[in-house]
Design a protein around this ligand. Sequence first.
Ligand SMILES: O=C[C@H](O)COP(=O)(O)O
Length: 271
Amino acid sequence: MTTSTNGNFDRTPLIAGNWKMNMDHVQGITLLQKLVWTLEDAKHNFERVEVAVFPPFTDLRGVQTLVAGDDLPVAYGGQDLSQHDSGAYTGDISGQFLARLGCRYVLVGHSERRTLHGENDALISAKVAAAYRHGLVPVLCVGEGLEVRTAGTHVAHTLEQVRAGLEGVSADQAAQLVIAYEPVWAIGTGEVAGPADAQEMCAAIRAELEKLYGAGTAAGVRLLYGGSVKSANAASILRERDVDGLLVGGASLDAAEFASIVRFEHHLVTE
Ligand SMILES: O=C[C@H](O)COP(=O)(O)O
């Protein structure tokens, strides 16, 4: 096997852990401390492979305090945000609040938001706009369900989600974008899209971005794969040219396992 990944990293790989509704604020701090200790012990180069975590909202103040206090080289973000900036929206969280907590990123349109909370493309596009208004980098999540995959229309379906989610986004804004391709049938199921599936979709998304914004802008956008990623399959997915990182759910709750995913280059050399 060759050790070339992403054309020698045209873009800085991003390994992101979405904790979903796991880890209270005390557990979250412990997990993050363990993760950083493990990576620092392994002499991980955080500039070469960026690490980000997406804790529950209630953990974010503690995460901010830890990251700022110990000057940890880890980014973090919210799992969702409101399309509104403030007002009578009980239970919602403004992008302004996330920005004040030092968030760099925010997930938008995760499939669990789409399916469990009925989020549609119009709402997701409004949330992307809200992220940009508050200086947050949106991680726009897209991907097809099993029926669409079986029908063979997964590429068209996913590109439609990309176009809809980016409605009104300028080329300057798009330059900082992150898009996560997460086939719904592979999330939390143990089913993993093969590296070729991930590459097929990421290449199609990059080509679509080139159509929308021009090759110069699209070249900087990072495309992540998500869905039952583990240390055992991370390296093979990241070998693919258009896959620039991973959005990891379940496996990000175990510091050693997540650290091993972050250290995927080590697997590339030893596989
Ligand atoms: O945001 C992460 C994805 O939903 C993947 O979750 P998973 O790794 O548990 O399949």
